[in-house]
Design a binder for this molecule. Sequence first.
Ligand code: CUA
Length: 338
Amino acid sequence: MILFGLKIMPDQASTVALPVDLTYLFIVAISVFFTILIFSLVVIFSIKYRRRSDAERPRPIEGNHALEILWVMIPLVIVLVMFVAGTVVFFYMFNPPKDGVQMFGVGKQWMWKFEHPEGRREINDLHVPLGTPVKLTLTSEDVIHSFYVPAFRVKIDVVPGRYSQTWFQPTKVGTFHLFCAEYCGTKHSQMIGRIIVLKPDDYAKWLAGEDPSSPLPAASMAERGAKLFQDLRCATCHGGGLAALGPNMKGVYGSTVQLEGGQTVTADDAYIRESIMFPTKRVVKGYQPLMPTYQGQVSEEDVLAITSYIKTLKADEAPKTEGAAATVAAAATVPAAK
Ligand code: CUA
């Protein structure tokens, strides 16, 4: 938005940008209107009703019910409109649509690392397709960061030890600023990046590695996860063998898991991450708390890759100890069940 030749708002480049701006401008307009009204009346009344002589005594005011009801009801209606408008936008922002693409990001002093399910990884750049909802799962490797794209009106804290979810649907092709909006150390101000919105065709080309500047990685996220699952010897205990010391991972993702102690938990990204980092915290019923922690041995990106792999393990197929990557390559082309 341009006012008197000055750009006072960033580009509106996502579906949520206009509703956010309208809500914001509505609240600003109401605030400006009442500020001017009240200050004008203070000045006008202080002149009009000034004491004109020392002997002047004003008439006592008995009160006015009609006036009091009026000045309660009008602000009530106004703030309720603000509340409803804000809530509608809030629910839109925090309910990602079912379709769209899933991407992953890790904040770190002082950079953003992104990964596409197809395996493409980027630092401080994120390529996204135009007109498609882009869902982002974000976490931090160290301190609290904040993922902030002004043109999309998207801002969400990225907290170590948990997953933050956000989404946006770009409406303009172009390159947009990505900031870290949480003071995170000496180079916080340099923790900046770019969101590059491409037409779907161009995005597909970019993803396929037809852009010579960034050749396609050898493995998808799930394939990388499958390799980690072997290399870290996860498969020994979680491969469903007879001597397995841990629960079989097939069909686990999204299921409800019985825990030692009687509680249950949904096996989502957060629980899988917790089980890798703090395995004895919530142990699956029927198993001993034997698993060592992998904290410090696997990065947040590795955890995301392993989770991607676990998502591909359907209840009817067991992870194989040999050639798992090949199995997953086939499975990864099918969108993982939510
Ligand atoms: Cu990361 Cu500020």
